[in-house]
Design a protein around this ligand. Structure first.
Ligand SMILES: [Zn+2]
Length: 236
């Protein structure tokens, strides 16, 4: 297998040789940071682009034809994680001992982000601080996460809020009728949030085994969250 992913000395100077080598080793498919279309390092040449700001930096990949491997500087705050635009939502059903359970997955494409002091930035640490939980497997029912809420609108549109901020706003995802039928009797959902490899994130059918591995490695965290239904009473 030929893999051609070029990392310039300029990028290595900033992230360190080990981080650069690990990134190089794990990237296969990517979304080009320059043109936005898909690429694959196994079938074409690609380059690593570090977008750096005083607070946070992102390692990304571009087609060789689109850019050189380089560091691009941004102003403070320009690279903040954009939850509402980068999160891919998915309404799923999990098999369990007591039957099928409804779950909602909100995931980012896996990427490396490095803070100003050279420490990799861990989104899941933030999510745990906001009340979600690390769990060893997908089969465990997650503990409750008070303060998080999921609103199901009359047309199946979903909104998700953490105690601190809106996570998913109306119109980004419509829950399918079969999922709504699972949710309505139980009034709660297992919510999974974190980062996934691109092929897992966009898989045609939800790859539950891959989600389970992401739970085990800590890149997905979870919580049981009450769902507010369109006709629910006593929402005061
Ligand atoms: Zn490109």
């Amino acid at each position: 297998m030929t893999i051609s992913l070029t990392v310039s000395a300029e990028v290595i100077d900033r992230v360190g040789l080990q981080e650069a080598a690990e990134f190089q080793a794990r990237v296969t498919t990517f979304e080009c940071v320059e043109c936005g279309t898909a690429g694959d390092v196994r079938t074409g040449r690609a380059v690593v682009v570090l977008r750096a700001s005083p607070g946070l930096s992102h390692l990304g990949v571009a087609h060789h034809r689109c850019a050189d491997s380089q560091v691009r500087e941004y102003e403070q705050g320009d690279l903040a994680l954009a939850a509402s635009t980068d999160l891919i939502p998915r309404a799923i059903a999990l098999p369990g001992v007591q039957g099928i359970r409804p779950a909602l997955l909100l995931a980012y494409e896996e990427q490396i982000t490095i803070t100003a002091d050279g420490v990799p930035y861990d989104v899941t640490n933030l999510l745990v601080a906001e009340g979600l939980h690390r769990l060893p497997s997908l089969g465990k029912v997650p503990p409750a996460s008070p303060g998080w809420s999921i609103h199901l609108g009359p047309h199946g549109d979903l909104r998700v809020n953490s105690p601190d901020r809106p996570f998913l706003t109306a119109g980004e995802v419509l829950a399918p009728p079969a999922w709504r039928a699972l949710v309505e009797p139980v009034g709660k959902v297992a919510l999974f949030v974190g980062s996934l490899r691109r092929d897992v994130l966009y898989a045609e059918h939800p790859p539950l085994a891959a989600y389970g591995r992401a739970m085990k490695t800590g890149s997905l965290v979870a919580g049981t969250v009450a769902i507010l239904l369109p006709q629910a009473r006593g929402l005061g």
